[in-house]
Design a protein around this ligand. Structure first.
Ligand code: NAX
Ligand code: K
Length: 494
């Protein structure tokens, strides 16, 4: 089931709704215990708790309270604990008393060589960057120290995920009840995210697109949420969806080969190619049915248009023809440049439409940069243009006009290489042809693409050909154990 990522206001609503659990401090005790458990687990995995040393950096709010109570808990397990109070007059009084009572020491700076430092500077109440006094404490830490952030790494905006400069880079982030938006949008600085149950409920419940719920709504998928199309006993090459790729050229065949190769690999449906690189494509993938002109293309269930196709009048004509159909269409690269000049091409489209811009193409489409709030930017474009937008990046965001956004953390940045976008468009296009919605197609393609990059890389740089080569083993990870429901219905048909 997809995970919803809450805003800071939603978290506060959920906490308030828990009534006395909030006011009598139960929630904070539970949160602190969760932090202490995670830190203790970290210490145990490297030799045990007793005699180890932990520091806490304590801000002016309840985030600091969590950290102080957690440190008190650890002190009772035999851990030497040291605190730096950034605002001594405002440090959480009960937390500070508990910390001192457990034997914790307060000083102006942390000793060297600590095993773990707990970031309790700010959580969902934080605004802007880490302030200089706090930054100095974190900058002094050596590489041997594990940083555990309470709720959020301080200096990261809870709602937009903007990573201010400076901000804490955590190895582990411990949060409470529900993940916040920043845990996905700023995943690279959160490290491993642990969600501790403190007994609060989701204030908005299931997203139903009603005006009661905040918009946009951000979700992340696990591997189990990916429903990859598999051929059933009654399928043939046509029933699984035929995708048509319009990309590249005789002079620049690379995009054509990568996008078409990805489509061939992604599903068992048929792949057609249209364009002047037809001979090169067939030389690489003899199973592709290729034609130089759109008029001779044959029937498809979805089109991918754009990578390396050029932006001339011929491209505009092709694009107009394809967008005039009632078929699902994915637009990438040069097609996005053309659409930026001619937004009327997609304005009245009712059929499923998926735009897959990177940040530069997004700026071309909107006339403004993505900015610090990528989620708001992509959701706004999807809503204004009434289509689905997949904004590429380390965290890929796929926004529907309804305000539902799915985010995918690639987990690494090895896919930031020329031609990787062509591969993504081929994968997503074949999923569109298989009947997936633009958001489902985009989310599944982004996840498998990221996995392929990791498999291909194993820690070394890769090119798009290597990425394409790793696509099949990556897909296997999503299909092998979960092909059918217990009644035998193919999941893809549900
Ligand atoms: N409300 C609750 O019952 C619970 C709250 N919890 C914790 O409480 C946190 C929220 O507490 P608060 O609302 O007190 O807010 P925070 O503790 O996140 O921060 C607010 C304080 O930090 C200051 N501040 C803001 N930006 C700053 C910056 N960049 N540098 C330094 N100081 C800055 C503010 O002036 C304010 O004093 C959560 O993140 C979570 O850790 C948990 O204990 C769970 C239960
Ligand atoms: K924090």
């Amino acid at each position: 089931m997809p995970t919803r990522h809450l805003t800071a206001d939603e978290v506060r609503d959920a906490e308030r709704a828990s009534g006395h659990l909030l006011t009598d401090g139960t929630l904070m005790r539970r949160a602190a215990h969760g932090v202490a458990q995670v830190v203790a687990g970290e210490l145990r995995s490297t030799g045990g708790c007793y005699g180890r040393s932990v520091g806490v950096v304590v801000g002016a709010g309840d985030n600091g309270g969590d950290a102080l109570f957690a440190a008190a808990d650890l002190a009772r397990r035999g851990v030497a604990t040291h605190a730096v109070l950034l605002a001594p007059d405002k440090a959480h009084p009960a937390g500070l008393s508990a910390f001192r009572a457990a034997g914790g020491r307060v000083g102006d700076q942390l000793p060297d060589g600590l095993d773990v430092v707990i970031d309790g500077v700010v959580g969902i109440g934080g605004r802007g960057p880490l302030r200089p006094a706090a930054a100095e404490v974190f900058d002094a830490l050596g590489p041997e120290t594990t940083i555990v952030a309470v709720d959020l790494p301080s200096g990261v905006d809870a709602d937009t995920g903007e990573v201010h400069t400076p901000a804490v880079r955590a190895d582990i982030t411990v949060t409470f009840g529900f993940p916040r938006r920043a845990h996905l949008l700023a995943a690279p600085v959160c490290g491993r995210v642990v969600v501790v149950d403190i007994g609060i409920g989701d204030p908005a419940g299931e997203f139903d697109g009603s005006s009661k719920t905040v918009s946009p709504q951000l979700f992340s998928y696990s591997d189990e949420d990916i429903d990859w199309p598999l051929p059933g006993p009654g399928d043939d090459k046509y029933t699984q969806g035929v995708v048509g790729i319009i990309a590249g050229s005789h002079r620049y065949p690379g995009a054509a080969i990568l996008a078409t190769g990805a489509a061939v690999t992604a599903t068992s449906g048929m792949t057609r190619y249209v364009g002047s690189a037809h001979a090169e494509v067939v030389a690489h993938f003899p199973e592709v049915v290729a034609a130089p002109d759109l008029a001779d293309a044959g029937r498809v269930q979805a089109w991918v248009v754009g990578p390396g196709m050029g932006t001339d009048d011929a491209a505009l004509t092709t694009l107009r023809t394809v967008l005039d159909t009632d078929l699902p269409v994915l637009l990438d690269a040069d097609a996005l440049t053309v659409v930026a000049e001619h937004p009327e091409l997609v304005a009245r489209r009712a059929a499923p439409t998926l735009l897959t811009p990177h940040a530069g193409e997004f700026a071309r489409l909107t006339g403004a940069g993505v900015g610090a709030d990528r989620l708001a930017a992509v959701a706004d474009l999807a809503s204004r243009w009434s289509l689905t937008v997949l904004l590429k990046g380390r965290i890929t965001l796929i926004a529907e006009p309804s305000g539902r956004v799915v985010g995918n953390d690639a987990g690494s940045s090895w896919a930031a290489t020329a031609g990787a976008g062509d591969v993504l468009s081929g994968i997503a296009g074949s999923l569109l042809a298989a009947g997936r919605s633009p958001q489902e197609a985009g989310a599944a393609a982004a996840r498998v693409h990221a996995r392929a990059a990791e498999l291909a890389s194993c820690g070394a740089p890769i090119g798009a050909s290597a990425l394409l080569g790793a696509l099949r083993p990556a897909i296997r990870e999503f299909t092998a154990p979960r092909g059918r429901t217990r009644t035998g219905t193919p999941r893809s048909s549900r």
